[in-house]
Ligand binder design. Structure first.
Ligand code: UD1
Ligand code: UDP
Length: 371
């Protein structure tokens, strides 16, 4: 029975790792969950274990917050001896956070095979810490598990071998589809006094949006104008909390604590519009058919723009407001992208368990990629 270590560390990891763990266990693998502790507030962490029915982590590294180097280094230092002790066949990392890169680097030098779920996404924006994490994690991965054809195409263009690239679909959507009915039973709208289709939902946490007070003030000015047409609810990410208070929030925008998974899916599902800089929310709104205005100049998830409900509005306040009016007047008609069918994690388990493990499939030594 292959032994597989699954790594999670922060909010957007939990909904990605859960279906992968389940699919691996259904096929008989021994799964060990390692939580790095990058996110630790109950509203950024525990609520997802409860909502998604994830069992408590087998190992908790407790790294907490810090600079990029501190956080990445702490995860590496804590993960290295644990990995040696666990001696798995495969390590699975998801997404693009610092914990993803840290565990990938340790694994690549330690011996187990490394699988990256969400490989190949590229914003081509080197100012985004996640882009560095994505590119570097892919470079040391054995299994590149791509969520969409564009991601697989990026990997091919970067010179990865065809036998490393597996187009498996989007695990976020596995979790969304599995939990949609439970989310729709949430009373979160009642608790916030909201009516279906009569509010907008906002999330903001990208450093490029919230760390610079001038940029944040511009975004809030735009959101204030949008709120004149459609009242806004903003569950506040901890990174943005103090900064929002310092800059000042216009009327019509209600700040609330970060929402749990089921509540947040319910809030997206019933929103007239979502404004966000989140990666995962761009995908969930496309799957739900809810208009999404992304407050960024680029996206690593182009399929949400080309086929889904996502429109890039950048950071310029006037452009954001005009984009919102256009989207509200003429909402985009979505198509659900290829392989967003709830079965991505099954395909991942098939690749990992039927593609061979460390004992039968030697680590590639003939890396021919051009980067
Ligand atoms: C991280 C990820 C980002 C992801 C986001 C999801 C990196 C580089 N960034 O960004 O890709 O989109 O998570 O939400 O890995 N904090 C708390 N409580 C917590 C966690 C964080 O108060 O439970 C505060 C701390 O002040 C911390 C700050 O938020 O310094 C930033 O946390 P961090 O994990 O470094 O990055 P995020 O901005 O959350
Ligand atoms: N999410 C949530 N509550 C919130 C905001 C987001 O449950 O208040 C969920 C959202 O539905 C999605 C995931 O968190 O599943 C996205 O995480 P986040 O935006 O923090 O990170 P990103 O996707 O940008 O890396």
């Amino acid at each position: 029975m292959p032994r597989i270590v699954c790594v999670a560390g922060a909010r957007p990891n939990y909904m990605k790792i859960k279906p992968v763990m389940d699919a691996l266990e259904r096929r008989g693998a021994e799964v060990i969950l390692v939580h790095t502790g990058q996110h630790y507030d109950p509203a950024m962490n525990e609520v997802f274990f409860t909502d998604l029915g994830i069992r408590p982590p087998d190992h908790f590294l407790g790294v907490g917050s810090g600079t990029h180097a501190e956080q990445t280094g702490r995860v590496m230092t804590a993960f290295e001896p644990l990995l040696a002790e666990l001696s798995p066949d495969v390590v699975v990392v998801v997404g693009d956070i610092n914990s993803t890169l840290a565990c990938a680097l340790v694994t690549a030098k330690a011996g187990p095979l490394l699988a990256h779920v969400e490989a190949g996404l590229r914003s081509r924006d080197w100012g985004m810490p996640e882009e560095v994490n994505r590119v570097a994690t892919d470079r040391v991965s054995d299994y590149l598990l791509a969520p969409s054809p564009d991601a697989a195409g990026n990997l091919r263009a970067e010179g990865y071998r065809d036998d490393q690239i597996h187009l498996v679909g989007n695990v976020m959507i596995d979790t969304l589809l599995a939990n949609l009915e439970r989310a729709r039973a949430s009373d979160v709208l009642v608790r916030h006094g909201l009516a279906r289709g009569e509010y907008g939902l906002v999330t903001l946490h990208r450093p490029a949006n919230v760390d610079d007070p001038e940029i944040l003030a511009g975004l809030l000015k735009a959101l204030g104008e949008v709120a004149g047409r459609c009242p806004l609810l903003l569950p506040v990410h901890p990174r943005a909390a103090e900064r929002l208070a310092a800059v000042g929030v216009p009327g019509g925008i209600r700040l609330v604590p970060p929402a749990g998974y089921l509540d947040f899916i319910a809030l997206q599902d019933s929103a007239r519009l979502v404004l966000t800089d989140s990666g995962g929310v761009q995908e969930e709104t496309t799957a739900l058919g809810v208009p999404c205005v992304t407050l960024r100049d680029n996206t690593e998830r182009p399929v949400t723009v080309e086929q889904g409900t996502n429109v890039l509005a950048g950071r310029d306040p006037a452009r954001i407001v005009s984009t919102v009016h256009r989207v509200l007047d003429d909402p985009p008609a979505p198509r659900r992208p290829e392989l967003w069918d709830g079965l991505a994690s099954d395909r991942i388990a098939a690749v990992l368990l039927e593609g061979g493990t460390a004992s039968s499939r030697p680590r590639p030594t003939d890396q021919t990629s051009t980067i």
